[in-house]
Design a protein around this ligand. Structure first.
Ligand code: ZN
Length: 389
């Protein structure tokens, strides 16, 4: 494992691109941004044209769809689309089941809607939701694998059903965390084939108690349906200079967002407290990500802070060592209670994924990260560089 020599982006991040000089894609983008090499006027013009296209091509009272969770990004997107682009959006939300959504999440969703939006909320059968989540956890040690399919697919189903061809997502992950998901521009139309959605077929999660008819909203619409509906999906963040998690949180807080104001970074592995507010299992998932890949959410947060010029690399290392991957045992317990599994079984699954290239047992017999943050692409072995350009 090695790191971008400018920020701390790790080589174990899926689809990471660290160039021959040892610098990641996100850093290169921010270099360009700081040098004034990005023509924001042209990007804004592109966005205005896209908005006009949406207005001209909708067959409905709404000009576009904004998928929402109620969090900071979806709140900013919704306001921007309505107030800056002059569109009438239909918001679409896939709401977590009652046992999973937090009070904070329910409040934030209601708050966003109360700012003056029509919203379609889709609630899926919580029994199926839970079975699929357990399957995803057993198969990948990643419960989100099933729920993300629903989160990404539902807005597309709604767009096709209501004949609203334009959808706005938030940021292109290529520029925020250097994760090359699909395109390198503002076009997210091929999102279906990104690493996260993976073609949008949930059949591998089929198991006892679930039939293919239960999976309608977990299944991404076919390419034919999408082409017939002339769908265009855009990353709003690509077109807006100050679209980043800090600015979005600032706008959202000024508009009533309820953040994690009662939990510490040691408990939640998060130094900002405004990520994934609608449920708590993602805290644990970031810890598992660290077991698998050596990094969690704090790594993303310090990288963004470095990109925005708010933190230097040494300070970032100090903070990562303190908080990355942290997760209070109560979140693990809650997750196990929800799925009806024991914590012993939970750890058995998670430990099977522990990456021995980045973890070793210390003198006390505990697992400790063994990587060196000053290791760059120059130090990488041929195996580490394999498949990475
Ligand atoms: Zn970097």
């Amino acid at each position: 494992m090695y790191f971008c020599k400018n920020c701390l982006n790790p080589s174990t991040r899926p689809n990471i691109h660290i160039d021959e000089e040892g610098v990641c894609l996100a850093c290169r983008y921010h270099e360009q941004r700081r040098a004034g090499a990005i023509d924001w006027g042209a990007r804004r013009e592109e966005l205005v044209k896209l908005a006009a296209w949406g207005k001209a091509n909708t067959k409905c009272s709404y000009d576009c769809i904004v998928p929402i969770s109620g969090g900071k990004d979806s709140l900013r997107q919704s306001l921007y689309v309505r107030d800056e682009l002059g569109l009438k959006p239909l918001l679409v939300s896939c709401v977590y089941p009652p046992e999973q959504i937090t009070e904070r999440g329910a409040y934030n969703l209601a708050n966003l809607i109360s700012l003056g939006f029509d919203t379609i909320s889709v609630h899926l059968d919580p029994r199926v939701w839970k079975i699929l989540m357990l399957q995803a956890f057993i198969q990948f040690a990643n419960w989100c694998k099933s729920t993300e399919l629903a989160l990404y697919s539902i807005p597309i189903h709604v767009a096709i059903a209501y004949k609203i061809p334009l959808l706005f997502l938030g940021e292109n992950p290529a520029y925020t965390i250097g994760e090359r998901e699909s395109s390198l521009d503002g076009d997210a139309t091929m999102m279906k084939y990104s690493n996260t959605v993976g073609g949008g077929n949930p059949d591998h999660l089929l198991t006892d108690g679930v039939s293919w008819r239960d999976l309608h909203f977990y299944r991404y619409p076919s390419d034919d349906e999408m082409q017939w509906a002339k769908l265009r999906i855009a990353y709003l963040g690509y077109h807006i200079e100050d679209f980043n998690s800090e600015k979005n949180a600032e706008v959202a807080k000024a508009n009533g967002l309820w953040v994690r104001d009662d939990e510490t970074p040691e408990e939640i592995g998060d130094i900002r407290g405004h990520f994934c507010l609608d449920e708590d299992f993602s805290i644990m998932n970031q810890m598992i990500k660290q077991v698998k890949l050596g990094f969690g959410r704090v790594m993303d947060q310090v990288c963004e802070a470095i990109h925005l010029g708010e933190m230097d690399r040494e300070e970032a290392i100090r903070i990562v060592k303190l908080y990355d991957g942290k997760c209070h045992p109560r979140y693990v317990q809650r997750f196990c209670d929800y799925l009806g599994i024991s914590t012993e079984y939970f750890w058995e699954i998670v430990e099977a994924y522990r990456n021995k290239n980045v973890w070793e047992k210390n003198a006390a017999g505990d697992w400790a990260l063994k990587f060196d943050f000053h290791r760059t692409r120059d130090d990488a072995t041929p195996e580490e560089l394999g498949g990475k350009s």
